[in-house]
Design a binder for this molecule. Structure first.
Ligand code: SF4
Length: 453
């Protein structure tokens, strides 16, 4: 008699770090003989890897848990991630949840399936976080995705007044520098065309042998380079001149930075306990422009923080109008339990928060489209990610983070293809392009002109 192969599925909310960690969780299930199936398919184990950065993320998680219970009632449902770390009882009380795992226990879910199946009440495996936690490595390089991700750093030692992440993930810790080469070799061996460096506070990478983030960039750049490198979100105060210099001189780092601003008002930044001012942020952007040619800049902004009067919001709006950014990620502020901001006076009415969010999103669309129009007629290296059988079109990303559609046969995975940008498809700035024939495939993205006609 053959035993049916067990199946596992996962849904990931929140940041790129969570995605990488989900991949590491699935790897453990695979090593125990499980087949990974898409979330929503019937499976024996279902995992929700949560986020708690906004109220919306919590709502989404509870909705997903109820959906699993409705559609897949026999499954063992385990919940992990930042929300699970901070509110384990709340999640354990949802019907169908059989296990709640904290951020340090994420990697033990596969080992606890039988216990969860046996117990009458949900298993809660959540230890308190602290400043001295171990670094648990995670990367994905073998689950069929186009881009490889590497978690370099975890946790955060800052104390932004709106943020629960330091509580949920503990203090800052970094991957040992000596381990990075092995991970890079994996990426090379598996022919990935892009590696994304991630962390909660990536710019605070600090190995216990003394190396900093700039040393990681130099290490990557010193290797023969079959892939390009993308830096995920990085705090402005950690983007030192040495980091900019390393990016400017690199032949592999993409000309794309995502640097949270959160507010353009000095008063609000102070109340948020951020470690920079609007003028130091503006000066950073100027230095980026001077050093890194054609750099795409993405910015996070939080609107509706307590005390954000109309006047202070206008400060943010006009600050942003004068910053050459390409796109914004706008977050509507929501009170998070146990944060200093949650008890601050002068809460902003919800409808005002929403209206401000809409205004900034509209500004973002205008900029995205302008940036897209600006590169029409030029060539870019595109990493194809998804293929639409019905239209025969690929969607992928350029080195400077524009989304591009182009017609090509299936089977283009994991390589960079040179395309000519032809037109803007929609108001979000998605571009239509043509593949240059014969295809120019490269691993060296920066030594080739980024903007050539
Ligand atoms: S830098 Fe601030 S916002 Fe970012 S994780 Fe640390 S405390 Fe949270």
């Amino acid at each position: 008699m053959t035993t049916k192969q067990k199946r596992v599925s996962i849904h990931t909310l929140g940041c790129k770090l969570n995605q990488v960690e989900s991949s590491a969780i699935l790897e453990q299930f695979r090593s125990q003989g499980y087949a990974v199936v898409p979330f929503g398919d019937v499976s024996d184990v279902v995992i929700i890897n949560t986020c708690t950065v906004t109220e919306q993320a919590d709502v989404e998680c509870r909705k997903l848990a109820r959906r699993v219970q409705r559609e897949n009632p026999e499954a063992i449902l385990a919940v992990t991630g930042c929300y699970a770390q901070l509110q384990p009882q709340e999640l354990a009380s949802i019907d169908g949840v059989r296990g709640v795992f904290g951020t340090a226990e994420k990697h033990t879910i596969a080992a606890h399936v039988e216990t969860m199946a046996r117990l009458e009440s949900p298993l809660i495996a959540v230890d308190e976080t602290h400043d001295d936690m171990d670094f648990i490595p995670a990367s994905y390089t073998n689950d069929g995705r186009t881009r490889a991700f590497l978690k370099l750093q975890d946790g955060c030692d800052y104390s932004c007044s709106f943020c629960t992440i330091p509580k949920a993930r503990g203090g800052s810790r970094s991957m040992p520098f000596v381990d990075i080469e092995d991970r890079l070799e994996q990426v090379e061996e598996q022919s990935y065309a892009e590696l994304v460096l991630t962390g909660v506070n990536l710019g605070e990478y600090h190995a216990n042998t003394g190396e900093r983030f700039v040393d990681v960039l130099r290490l990557i750049d010193a290797r023969p380079r079959p892939f390009r490198v993308r830096i995920s979100s990085i705090e402005p105060n950690t983007v030192r001149d040495s980091v900019l210099e390393a990016i400017a001189q690199s032949s592999s780092v993409c000309p794309h930075l995502h640097i949270p601003l959160q507010s353009g008002s000095a008063t609000i930044l102070r109340n948020m306990r951020r470690r920079y001012t609007p003028s130091s942020y503006a000066s950073l952007v100027e230095r980026i422009q001077q050093r890194i040619s054609q750099c795409t800049l993405g910015i996070d902004v939080i609107v509706g923080f307590p005390g954000e009067t109309d006047e202070l919001f206008e400060e943010t709006y006009s600050f942003l109008e004068n910053i050459p950014f390409t796109y914004l990620h706008v977050f509507t502020y929501s009170e998070r339990a146990d944060t200093p901001a949650a008890v601050m006076l002068d809460s902003v009415p919800r409808n005002v928060r929403r209206a401000r969010t809409a205004r900034l999103r509209a500004l973002s669309e205008v900029r995205k489209r302008a940036a897209a129009v600006n590169i029409m007629g030029s060539n870019r290296f595109v990493l194809p990610e998804t293929y639409d059988d019905a239209t025969g079109m690929w969607t992928g990303w350029t080195e400077d983070y524009h989304s591009v559609n182009f017609a090509a046969p299936p089977g283009l995975h994991k390589r960079l293809y040179s395309c000519t940008v032809q037109h803007v498809i929609d108001k979000r700035g998605v571009l239509g392009a043509t593949l240059i024939e014969p295809p120019i495939v490269t691993s060296d993205i920066v030594s080739l002109p980024i903007l050539h006609l």
